[in-house]
Design a protein around this ligand. Structure first.
Ligand code: ADQ
Length: 457
């Protein structure tokens, strides 16, 4: 029994060396970390969009010690525009995060989405051997379970939706609401991050499709699917060990010595769902209210460039850079600037050194499926405080974080004050409890557990 994983992003990306050969390096991100070991163990196929060097359609991975095959789907330029930047990231992404005023529902984008989903499903059907388990990932590929089911009625198909599932009143704004639900319900086992997303999904099944739901099941077109909350975890041991290593401790010391202040940290993809401008404005308000904090606190914001082809992401970048400039211009004194802004992806060691150096981690999305940064910080920090938005899926699992409403600037500023002044024993006690919760949902356990449930489906 092999495993077929289907996701938009590929687990390894190719780079051409000077001698013309391709080197495949593991992509950064939770999905590769979780599923690469599972697939190496089970053997099988990973199907994903081959973004760079699309002429290579198949490769055995990992290079040098191959355990499974990567099948790469080729997308034309217009498909990347209409399927990926279009329907996935300008319709499904904003709608699912409650930003319906940003959603663009274009029929041409929908047609490209259907066509690309068909191509992924065809590749899965071609790779399938009787008894294989198929695990489809995320909002880019919601039609794939049904498209596979139509050809392989006996196959065991799992699906994981990594972003929020919104309230039905929001979901119903999507002109293709029935098609998306029907697509996902081709799966036997459907996973989401929180019980609330599961309940919204079931409500949409009832309201939009008039499907029947009972317990954790949905009955539709003669098939019963289970819908379960299975929040993704992180590699807890790997983060803990890295954070305690000599190199990282030294790097964290360097960060603290350079800044010579208490450190507030933000780490996000530059996305309008992450609440970065709201966070900066709350910090501005905090500095207005606490003149004594001047020269004593720095906000370090690390933002990874993201979806720069989409206009609203370019606008967000300009807005964030404008705010950083305005706030620094207003408060800077000789030898101290309140905000340090890094606009790039950083290597994992550097990221962990920042987690280790931070006094307060600000994870304040306006809406987030789960948020891995909150968990990574929790695994790495020695005595820091996690400030966490109540609209991040991870808030359910991390009740000892200082929970905030990111829409309320003065509430956020107040939480900063509380976090910065928290006594050491309280900080340690909260972290200890949070850490033990992390251990209950390690990344490998998440992937292995889902595959095992699917095998029993
Ligand atoms: P994302 O929206 O990408 O994921 P998140 O869960 O926070 O959000 O994961 C971001 C990842 O990127 C983290 O592992 C983090 O370490 C890394 N990262 C962030 N900034 C970085 C930087 N400057 N340099 C290097 N690495 C950086 C989607 C959903 C989430 C859900 C995940 C997993 O939107 O809600 O938690 O999938 O299901």
């Amino acid at each position: 029994m092999g495993l077929i994983v289907i996701s938009n992003r590929e687990p390894y990306a190719p780079k051409k060396g000077e001698d013309g050969t391709l080197t495949w390096t593991a992509s950064i991100g939770g999905l590769t970390a979780a599923l690469d070991p599972a697939l190496q163990h089970a053997g099988g196929t990973w199907i994903a969009w081959g973004e760079e060097h699309p002429d290579v359609t198949e490769v055995d991975l990992p290079q040098g010690d191959p355990r499974y095959r990567l099948r790469r789907i080729r997308l034309s330029e217009s498909e990347v525009r209409e399927f990926y930047y279009g329907f996935a990231n300008r319709a499904l992404w904003p709608m699912s995060h409650y930003f319906i005023e940003r959603a663009k529902y274009l029929a041409s984008n929908w047609r490209a989405y259907v066509e690309v989903n068909r191509r992924f499903a065809r590749a899965a059907v071609e790779s399938y051997r009787a008894g294989d388990l198929i695990w489809v990932h995320d909002y880019q590929l919601a039609l794939v379970p049904r498209l596979i089911r139509e050809v392989l009625p006996e196959a065991r198909i799992g699906f994981f939706w990594h972003i929020p599932w919104p309230s039905t009143e929001v979901f119903r704004t999507l002109p293709w609401d029935q098609e998306i639900l029907d697509g996902i319900l081709g799966a036997d086992l459907i996973g989401m991050h929180t019980p609330e997303y599961v309940s919204h999904f079931q409500s949409a099944c009832r309201r939009v499709l008039h499907a029947e739901t009972a317990g954790d099941t949905v009955s539709w077109r003669g098939q019963v699917s289970r819908v379960v909350d299975r929040p993704i975890g992180i590699e807890v041991d790997a983060y803990e060990q890295l954070a305690a290593s000599l190199e990282v401790e030294e790097a964290a010391d360097r960060i603290r010595r350079t800044l010579q202040t208490q450190i507030l940290l933000g780490v996000d993809r530059l996305d309008y769902t992450k609440g970065i401008p709201e966070r900066l404005e709350a910090f501005d308000a905090f500095l207005d209210q606490h003149p004594e904090a001047r020269g004593r606190v720095t906000l370090l914001q690390i933002a990874v460039p993201s979806r720069e082809q989409v206009e609203s992401y370019r606008q967000l970048r300009a807005r964030v850079e404008g705010l950083v400039g305005r706030i620094n211009g207003k408060h800077t004194e000789s030898g101290w600037s309140p905000i340090q802004y890094i606009y790039r992806g950083v290597p994992r060691e550097e990221l962990v050194a920042h987690y280790r150096a931070a006094d307060v981690m600000l994870v304040t999305p306006l809406r987030d499926g789960l948020n891995l940064v909150a968990k990574e910080f929790t695994a790495c920090s020695r005595d820091g405080v996690l400030v966490l938005s109540r609209f991040a899926g991870a808030a359910d699992e991390l009740p000892e974080a200082v929970q905030v409403n990111p829409y309320h600037p003065s509430g956020l500023a107040e939480a900063l004050t509380r976090a910065l002044a928290m006594p050491l024993d309280e900080k340690k006690a909260r972290l200890t409890r949070l850490r033990s919760r992390l251990r209950q949902s390690d990344l490998r356990a998440w992937a292995d557990g889902f595959v095992a449930e699917l095998a029993g489906a």
